[in-house]
Design a protein around this ligand. Structure first.
Ligand code: ADP
Ligand code: ZN
Ligand code: ZN
Length: 733
C-alpha cells in the first residue's frame, strides 16, 4: 500500500524513525510534504507487513540507512494527534540505552507502551438530568437522581458506584428520558488555590531545609540529598518544593518504591494540596493509563507520582524530580532493560537542567559518596518533628535465650510485647520471610521440594495450602504423601516464615488481635489501603509482617518493634548485605514511637557484635558508614569501582557455557579492567533457563558501558542464547 503511494506522491523528505522494538537503530522513511510533522512527532510507519507507531528521531540519510536508495524507501503513513516527544526525552532515551547497553528501541518502548494514548482521545461521556422523573420510581433510581440533582454530570461507572446501583438502572433512566449524555472535559485540578492555604507550620530545621532547597529550584541542574531520620518531616519539606515548582507552572515527578506506600502518601498529599496527583503504576486501568499519559504529554498533569516507570512519561515541562526512599532496592529494574531508576532520574534531571531531590533516612553509599565528592548537596534533618524521640534499640542475645526447637519468640521479647499490649499499645513483629517455612522436607527420607524450573526450594504457604517458588511463581498443592517414599504426614517445616510466626504469636498472646501482612496476603492497592488504615486505627494490635510493612507508614499506636531474626540479611555475602540490613532495620525500627508515646525496637540476634547490629543499637550511623566506605574502597567496590555483570542464559546448558567462555576469551584487556568468570549463577536455573555469569570490574574512571558495548559488538551469539547486561548490578543471583 505504501509502495503504491510512492508512485503517485511527490518524493517528500527523508526522516529517521525509531520504532519501539529491540532493533539496532532507527530506519529511514519518506515523509509526504503534506504531512505536518517534526522531529519528535509520533508517526505510523510500515514495517514488513505491519503498521507500527514510532517517533521521528531526526533527519534521514544518516549512517545506518544512508545507503538505501530513496526509491526503495517506504512512506510514513500518518502523523499521530499527540504532542511530539520533547527533545530532552529523546536524549534521555539515547543516554539510557547507551548506559545500560540496551537497544534504543527497547528503551523507547518503555516510553510509549500506551498505544491508545497516541490516538485522538475519546470524548468522556457523562450523564446529567435532562427530563422529568420516571413514572415508575424505585429507591435505586431515586438515589441516582438525588446524586445528579446536587452534583455535576457523572461518568456511568462512577455514577453506578456512588449510587450503589447496577448499570442497568442507569440505562433504564436514559430510556425514560430522565438522563441524557453530555461530554465532559478531562478536568485537572487547579493547584494554585490550595498552595498556601494548607501549608503546615514548619519547625526551624525544616524551614532551613526548605530554604536550602528553594535556593536551587530555579538554577538548572542540581542534586540534593535530603537526609533526615525517620519521622523528621522530609515529606513535609519536599511538599514545599513541589508547591514552589507547580506555582511556576512546571511539572513535578515523584518516584516512590512501592505501591503500598502510595495510599497513605496520597492522603497526605491531598490534605496538603487539596487534590490528588496523577498516578502512574502497573495497577492502573487502561483508560487511566491512556488519560494520564496524555495529560502528562499535554502539560495538564502537574504532579505525577509513580513507580520507576514514571521516569519514561513524555513530560511536556518537567521542572523537578523527587526520588523518595532513594536507597530502596526496588528502584532497580531487573528484567528487560536493566536500570536503576534513581540513577537514571539523576541523568534525566541533568539532561533537563532541573533539580532533583533524593530523599532517605538511610541514604545509599552511592549517594553519600557523591555528597563527599561535592557532586550532591546535602540537606539534613537530624531530629524527629514535633519532639518525638527516635526509638531506643536493644539486642536480645539469642545464644542465651534457650528457646526450644520450632520457637522464635524469646522470653524477653514476649515480656516486652505483653507489657505493650497490656498498655493498649501496638506491637509489630518483623520477619522478612513470606509463607510458613522456607524449607519443607520429609522426615522419613529427607526429600525436599524443589522448583522444576529454578534451582530453588519451594516455600510452604499454609494459608493457601500450597508450595510456591518465590522466583518464578510455580505453585503446587501441598501433597499428603511424600512423592519419594510415599510416607504420609511425614513433612517437617524447617525455619520460620510469617505464617508460622503467627501460630506462635497466637498461642503466646491469645488475647491479641493478630494479623499477617506480606506481599502475598494483600491483594491490590485498595485492600492494602484498607488494611493499613485498620492498623493505623489499632484494630489489630499485633502486626506480623515482612518488609512491605517497613517503609513509610505512620502507625501512631505502635510502640514496640520486635525483629525476629536481625541476622537474616547478613548471611547473603552480597556486596551490599550490611548496607541493606542496616537500611531495612533502621526503617523497621523507625516505625515505632511516631505518635505520642516513645518507641523501642528489640533485635533478636546471634551476632550482637556485628558492626551492623552495633550501629543500630548505638545509633552511630556515621561510624558504620565510614567502616563500610573504607571496606568498599579497599576492595575497589562500588561506589569506588564499577561492576557490570553479563548473564548468559539459555535452555541448553552446554551451549550457555560455550558462549560464556567464548565471551570471556574476547573480553576487554586493559590494566584497570578485570573480567571474572564465567561461573554458574547462584540461581543456576531460573524459569527453565540455565544461567552463567561474567563480572567485569573496573576503576571508577573507566566508561564501563562503552567497554561492554564494544565487547558485545564483537561477539557472535547463538540465537538460543541471551546475554543480559546488568550495569551496576544489585542482585548477584
Ligand atoms: P519523614 O518523611 O521524614 O519520615 P514525615 O514527613 O512523614 O517524616 O513526618 C512524620 C510525622 O510528623 C508526620 O505525621 C507529619 O505530619 C508530622 N510532622 C512533620 N513536620 C511537622 C511539623 N512541622 N509540625 C507538626 N507535625 C509535623
Ligand atoms: Zn519421604
Ligand atoms: Zn521456580
Amino acid at each position: 500500500m505504501a509502495d503504491d503511494r510512492a508512485s503517485i506522491a511527490g518524493p517528500g523528505r527523508r526522516v529517521n524513525v525509531l520504532l519501539p522494538l529491540p532493533l539496532r537503530g532507527a530506519y529511514d522513511y519518506l515523509l509526504d510534504d503534506d504531512l505536518d510533522a517534526e522531529t519528535g512527532s509520533f508517526v505510523v510507519v510500515p514495517l514488513g507487513q505491519r503498521l507500527l507507531a514510532g517517533v521521528i528521531w531526526g533527519e534521514g540519510g544518516g549512517d545506518e540507512d544512508g545507503q538505501v536508495a530513496e526509491s526503495r524507501l517506504r512512506y510514513v503513513e500518518a502523523v499521530l494527534p499527540v504532542p511530539p516527544m520533547p527533545e530532552v526525552t529523546r536524549r534521555f532515551i539515547e543516554w539510557l540505552a547507551d548506559y545500560t547497553c540496551a537497544a534504543p528501541g527497547s528503551v523507547l518502548r518503555m516510553g510509549m507502551n500506551v498505544p491508545a494514548a497516541l490516538r485522538a482521545p475519546k470524548p468522556r461521556l457523562a450523564y446529567e438530568l435532562a427530563g422529568p422523573p420516571p413514572e415508575r420510581m424505585t429507591s435505586a433510581r431515586a438515589r441516582v437522581i438525588e446524586l445528579l440533582t446536587h452534583g455535576p454530570p457523572m461518568e456511568p461507572r462512577d455514577l453506578a458506584n456512588e449510587a450503589g446501583v447496577s448499570s442497568g438502572v442507569i440505562r433504564g433512566l436514559v430510556e425514560t428520558g430522565t438522563l441524557a449524555p453530555v461530554t465532559i472535559p478531562d478536568a485537572m485540578p487547579d493547584w494554585r488555590a490550595a498552595l498556601d492555604a494548607t501549608a503546615p507550620i514548619l519547625n526551624d530545621t525544616q524551614r532551613v531545609a526548605v530554604a536550602d532547597i528553594a535556593a536551587v529550584l530555579t538554577t538548572g541542574f542540581s542534586a540534593t540529598l535530603l537526609d533526615g531520620v525517620t519521622g523528621a518531616g522530609k515529606t513535609e519539606v519536599y511538599f514545599e518544593a513541589i508547591a514552589a515548582t507547580i506555582a511556576r507552572g512546571r511539572q513535578v515527578a515523584v518516584l516512590l518504591p512501592e505501591i503500598a506506600l502510595t495510599a497513605e502518601w496520597l492522603d497526605r498529599f491531598e490534605a496538603r494540596f487539596g487534590a490528588r496527583p496523577t498516578q502512574w503504576h502497573s495497577d492502573l486501568g487502561s483508560g487511566e493509563r491512556r488519560r494520564h499519559w496524555r495529560a502528562v504529554a499535554e502539560n495538564r498533569a502537574k504532579v505525577i507520582v509513580g513507580a520507576r516507570s514514571a521516569l519514561f512519561l513524555p513530560y511536556a515541562d518537567l521542572g523537578l524530580i523527587i526520588v523518595d526512599e532513594e536507597h530502596d532496592p526496588a528502584f532497580k529494574q531487573e528484567d528487560g532493560v536493566i536500570y536503576h531508576a534513581r540513577d537514571m532520574a539523576v541523568a534525566r534531571a541533568s539532561l533537563g537542567e532541573i533539580p532533583i531531590l533524593l530523599v532517605s533516612a538511610t541514604p545509599s553509599l552511592e549517594s553519600l559518596r557523591n555528597v563527599e565528592l561535592g557532586r550532591y548537596r546535602h540537606v539534613g534533618l537530624p531530629e524527629r518533628a514535633g519532639g518525638a524521640a527516635l526509638p531506643e534499640v536493644h539486642t536480645i542475645d539469642m545464644r542465651r535465650a534457650g528457646l526450644p526447637a520450632g520457637r522464635w519468640l524469646s522470653p524477653e521479647l514476649v515480656e516486652a510485647a505483653e507489657a505493650a499490649l497490656g498498655a493498649g499499645e501496638q506491637v509489630m513483629l518483623f520477619l522478612n520471610r513470606r509463607g510458613y517455612a522456607p524449607l519443607t522436607l520429609c522426615r522419613t527420607c529427607g526429600h525436599r521440594f524443589e522448583c522444576p524450573h529454578c534451582s530453588a526450594w519451594l516455600v510452604e504457604h499454609r494459608f493457601a495450602g500450597r508450595l510456591q517458588c518465590h522466583h518464578c511463581g510455580h505453585s503446587v498443592r501441598q501433597p499428603k504423601e511424600c512423592p519419594s517414599c510415599n510416607d504420609s504426614d511425614s513433612f517437617a517445616a524447617c525455619g520460620p516464615g510469617v505464617e508460622r510466626l503467627l501460630e506462635e504469636a497466637v498461642a503466646t498472646f491469645p488475647e491479641a488481635r493478630a494479623m499477617v501482612v506480606a506481599s502475598d496476603t494483600v491483594h491490590g492497592p485498595a485492600a492494602a489501603q484498607a488494611l493499613m488504615q485498620s492498623i493505623r486505627e489499632n484494630e489489630f494490635n499485633l502486626v506480623i509482617g515482612t518488609q512491605i510493612l517497613a517503609k513509610g507508614h505512620n502507625f501512631p499506636s505502635l510502640t514496640l518493634v520486635g525483629v525476629i531474626d536481625a541476622d537474616l540479611g547478613l548471611s547473603g555475602g552480597d556486596l551490599r548485605a550490611s548496607e541493606r540490613t542496616y537500611q531495612l532495620l533502621t526503617q523497621v525500627a523507625g516505625r515505632a514511637g511516631r505518635g505520642e508515646k516513645p518507641g523501642r525496637a528489640l533485635l533478636q540476634t546471634y551476632n550482637p557484635e556485628h558492626p551492623v547490629i552495633e550501629a543500630l543499637v548505638s545509633g552511630d550511623r556515621d561510624r558504620f558508614i565510614k567502616q563500610e566506605m573504607d571496606e568498599r574502597e579497599r576492595a575497589s567496590m562500588p561506589p569506588f569501582g564499577r561492576l557490570v555483570a553479563l548473564i548468559v542464559s539459555g535452555g541448553n546448558e552446554q551451549q550457555v557455557i560455550d558462549t560464556a567462555q567464548a565471551l570471556a576469551r574476547i573480553g576487554p584487556r586493559a590494566p584497570d579492567i578485570r573480567v571474572l568468570g564465567p561461573a554458574p549463577a547462584p540461581l543456576r536455573l531460573l524459569r527453565g533457563r540455565f544461567r552463567w555469569r561474567l563480572l567485569m570490574h573496573t576503576r571508577r574512571a573507566v566508561n564501563a558501558s562503552a567497554v561492554v558495548r564494544e565487547w558485545l559488538a564483537n561477539a557472535e551469539l547463538p540465537n538460543a542464547v541471551r546475554v543480559a547486561v546488568d550495569v551496576d548490578p544489585y542482585s548477584f543471583l
